[in-house]
Write a protein that binds this ligand. Structure first.
Ligand SMILES: Cc1cc2nc3c(=O)[nH]c(=O)nc-3n(C[C@H](O)[C@H](O)[C@H](O)COP(=O)(O)OP(=O)(O)OC[C@H]3O[C@@H](n4cnc5c(N)ncnc54)[C@H](O)[C@@H]3O)c2cc1C
Length: 379
């Protein structure tokens, strides 16, 4: 693996950075304060292929590989994690449709999602089952040529704005992970009832919901992939998903670092810029080193996941997610310290990076779960 990005990858970074600086950064604080989903920005981002960039070109996407898409995620989150999350998760679940779905599903749903006209969500977690995915209780039962789905999904990103959902449900209840299937559910189906969760610590521009599934009926053909294979189908995307969350963390940390560097050059105390104090210089040096180490591990994880080496992909993705998310919170914390009192209020973005970065230690598997996965592969 090369440690240099190609000129095409550098061009992707430049393009997303420009989009972030022009379209996202100026309105980031406002969206956070108003907890406002950035519908217009998402539609605009789609014109530049920044929404679900891994959707194949034949379905209207950019057909990016994982490393390219990780760069997109990193830059969106550098501009602002809340809006970055809303834009970057607009195609959540499309990997499952693209890899395992029937042709009609791909033709019906992937083009509008890539174009920014539709949004998807991925419904895995439940109120009583988060880390323990295999324990899920949502049931999908056959009734004639339909599936009937009952249960409750919790913490679903895009839950109130999505047009289509990939719902994971038990089709053979007593079989644990061997009894789970993935089912495509248009969100206007009767019985699909989202309730918005709007008291989040961070990524407030991103939509989140609890979803009650009350006798939701969809045709038999909405099964994605094989019956009872849903958990294993999902496993194919954990490495990519975790590399993606690591990229979110790298982006948030880079944003906090950039803000701290700029402020350190401007703020004066004792008749000199605070950047001339060695204490501040050392903070910045440590922050920058953390960001670069996290970025290297993230790109490496994306490389292994892309190559399809499942074991290496899982191990490195967990390492990258663990390391990058823990460092991101530390870096944002130190950025607040560089700002002093000004870092503690919403006038500057560092308190937002701190709140926003915190989610990366929780979703797509908590830090504790990542350590379990890494240890399982070593011991
Ligand atoms: C903003 C946000 C967006 C989200 N988006 C989605 C989404 O789009 N789709 C979706 O399906 N889910 C989503 N989630 C859910 C997320 O993936 C879960 O919150 C996460 O997996 C943890 O599950 P839990 O909250 O039930 O915590 P729990 O599993 O109850 O964990 C509680 C604590 O126990 C620890 N713990 C649990 N099991 C173990 C173990 N075996 N070993 C050691 N420690 C353990 C955990 O690390 C944690 O510290 C989202 C969550 C949030 C907050």
């Amino acid at each position: 693996m090369s440690f240099q990005l190609t000129s095409e990858q550098e061009a992707i970074r430049e393009a997303v950075r420009e989009f972030g600086e022009n379209e996202i950064e100026p309105v980031a604080r406002e969206h956070d304060e108003n907890k406002e989903y950035p519908e217009g920005i998402r539609r605009e981002a789609a014109k530049y292929d920044l929404v679900a960039p891994t959707i194949d070109q034949e379905y209207g996407g950019a057909g990016m590989d994982l490393l390219d898409s990780v760069i997109v995620t990193e830059e969106l989150w550098r501009a602002d994690p809340g809006i970055g999350s809303a834009v970057g998760s607009a195609g959540f679940g499309t990997s499952m449709i693209q890899r395992f779905g029937a042709e009609w599903m791909k033709e019906e749903w992937l083009p509008p999602i890539a174009a920014g006209d539709a949004v998807s969500c991925s419904c895995i977690s439940e109120p009583a089952h988060g880390s323990n995915v295999a324990g899920m209780e949502t049931r999908a039962e056959r009734d004639g040529d339909e599936w009937v789905i009952d249960g409750t999904k919790m913490w679903i990103t895009n839950g109130t704005v999505a047009d289509v959902a990939v719902v994971m449900a038990k089709t053979t209840p007593d079989a644990g992970r061997k009894g789970i299937s993935a089912i495509l559910v248009p969100t206007d189906t009767e019985g699909f009832e989202p309730t918005k969760i709007d008291n989040k610590l961070g990524i407030r521009a991103s939509d989140l919901a609890e979803i009650n599934l009350d006798g939701v009926r969809v045709p038999d053909e909405n099964l994605i992939g094989e019956e009872d294979e849903g958990f294993y189908q999902l496993m194919n995307f954990f490495a990519g998903g975790r590399a993606g969350v690591a990229a979110q963390a790298v982006g948030a940390a880079q944003g906090a670092l950039d803000a701290a560097v700029e402020y350190a050059g401007e703020r004066e105390q004792f008749d000199q810029p605070i950047s001339e104090f060695q204490a501040i210089q050392h903070k910045i040096a440590e922050m920058a080193t953390s960001v670069e180490a996290a970025r290297s591990l993230t790109y490496r994880a994306a490389g292994y996941a892309e190559e399809g080496d499942r074991e290496l992909g899982m191990k490195y993705a967990s390492m990258a997610k663990l390391f990058a998310s823990e460092r991101a919170v530390e870096v944002a914390d130190e950025a607040i310290q560089v700002f002093g009192g000004a870092g503690y209020v919403t006038d500057h973005p560092v308190e937002r990076y701190y709140r926003d970065a915190r989610i990366t230690k929780i979703y797509e598997g908590t830090s504790e779960i990542q350590k379990n996965i890494i240890a399982d592969r070593l011991l």
